[in-house]
Design a protein around this ligand. Sequence first.
Ligand SMILES: Cc1cc2nc3c(=O)[nH]c(=O)nc-3n(C[C@H](O)[C@H](O)[C@H](O)COP(=O)(O)OP(=O)(O)OC[C@H]3O[C@@H](n4cnc5c(N)ncnc54)[C@H](O)[C@@H]3O)c2cc1C
Length: 556
Amino acid sequence: MSVTHRLTAPAPGWTTTTDVVVVGSGVAGLTVALNVRKAGLRAMVVTKAMLDDGSTRWAQGGIAAALGEGDTPEQHLDDTLVAGAGLCDEEAVRTLVTEGPDAVRRLIATGAAFDRGDDGAILLTREGGHHRRRIAHAGGDATGAEISRALVAAVRSDPGIELIEHALVLDLLTDADGHAAGLTLHVMGEGQRDGVGAIRARAVVLATGGMGQVFSATTNPAVSTGDGVALALRAGAAVTDLEFVQFHPTVLWLGPEAEGQQPLVSEAVRGEGAHLVDADGVRFMVGQHELAELAPRDIVAKAITLRMQAQGAEHMFLDGRHFGAEMWEQRFPTILASCRAHGIDPVTEPIPVAPAAHYASGGIRTDPHGRTTVPGLYACGEVACTGVHGANRLASNSLLEGLVFAERIAADLADRHRAGELPERSVDVAAARAAQSVPLPPSEARAEIQRLMSRGAGVLRSAASMADTAAGLTLLAEQAYAHVAEEKPADPRVETWEAANLLLVGTALVAAAAQREETRGCHWREDFPERDDAWRRHLITTLTASGDPVSTPEEQ
Ligand SMILES: Cc1cc2nc3c(=O)[nH]c(=O)nc-3n(C[C@H](O)[C@H](O)[C@H](O)COP(=O)(O)OP(=O)(O)OC[C@H]3O[C@@H](n4cnc5c(N)ncnc54)[C@H](O)[C@@H]3O)c2cc1C
């Protein structure tokens, strides 16, 4: 298989070489880099902004693992399967929950400091869908920041890991056998490696995180533009479960015009006993689910959305006034500060909240070793679909998935290296030139894509809403082609490459969501409100020869 489509970009002006090139510097990418080093392989980490600029740094609640007394991987497995609504790959989940506790211990050995009680034991909290206290946290609600700090410090102290910051990876390079052989990238700024270049490598690992920026309101940072999924599609890889986007129920509501990354009010706040109420103070989750406010996220997000619709309200409220100032300051310092920065004091008033795009349960399809369908191309973390999340991710399973499957990729690369199956690769320049160039939309298209996606493919979806969104996205793509024909193409630069990636992943997501005519997990169809087990199968998305995403139900 070879790369069939590429982003329009200048030819590479420089080339460098490594053993394993890792794209992304969140929990997944940095864990791969640290672990391939143990096998004696050189690693290069390429990242779009600063090393800590992905979602990892923003994670608040914590990392789930059966570490507590009386808890077992089996119970963690059960809760994960329930959240996944019949679409989890049970073996992948078993791997996650059994390898998870030791992976967290290794993370601690790398330097991450988790909150501990007076007896020295790791403190564990509960989050939605978990029947046990099994969420380890750091700095109260600053878990991701601590994990990121520890991993960044570890990679910075390893001279065998080269770090390239402020560099946008564009497309995959393959050799004549169709094996991944490196990638093209654009380095922002000035220096020896300025502009578009190429990295040659024995294997390529995508750890580019999520795609929340495809919607108007999201908890994801600006870098989460779905680049990895778009690159994989253009490279001929299969992606799956794209329709399962988790909308976090409780994101700080900043007004009707707010766009981009919005502050999260972690589920752990509900885990510690905050109540969801409407403007009249009614706890509307009570009686809707046995876990009330701690029901799985899709159920809470849907309940909030329905209540908002029924009452014509723009948001609901999260009431944690009964915690008192001391608990807010000690347990949730980040959330307290972010609410206060927006003029809301959770100690004295309920917090306005509404759902926003939070997590991509789907992504690039991988096997249990993180291998994609393109030989030599691996994926882990939020960009991957290992099968552990099914139709909906269980809270705090994502940091754990990033850790566990990153370690597995490194182990697979080490095994292949030892067996002599990871030779140097030569790049097939003719194949690279033969790939079709994807025209770039103008940078303003980003906001239009986000509006279209939130309007038609958000928490509530229907055939009509998604047809409108698909038509709007198609028009944007046609305009990009028309501008090329008129010899007025958009300039190739970060904003237009990101817009092209958002357009492709948005189009792929809507194609899958329109096809899945049922309600399951975090995919909610107003016109097909029931779960239909004829649909208990994955939708696999690939690109057609003309570059359009097409979704096919997996064979049973
Ligand atoms: C506000 C918030 C709170 C969360 N809370 C929790 C929680 O409590 N527990 C939990 O388990 N999960 C939580 N999550 C989810 C979790 O943080 C993410 O799923 C996880 O951190 C993803 O890690 P990652 O390594 O896959 O990607 P990220 O940490 O997002 O890193 C992706 C990296 O890829 C880089 N990148 C992207 N595209 C390119 C490109 N084209 N070229 C070069 N580099 C690129 C980015 O710059 C970044 O470095 C939360 C997420 C958010 C946003």
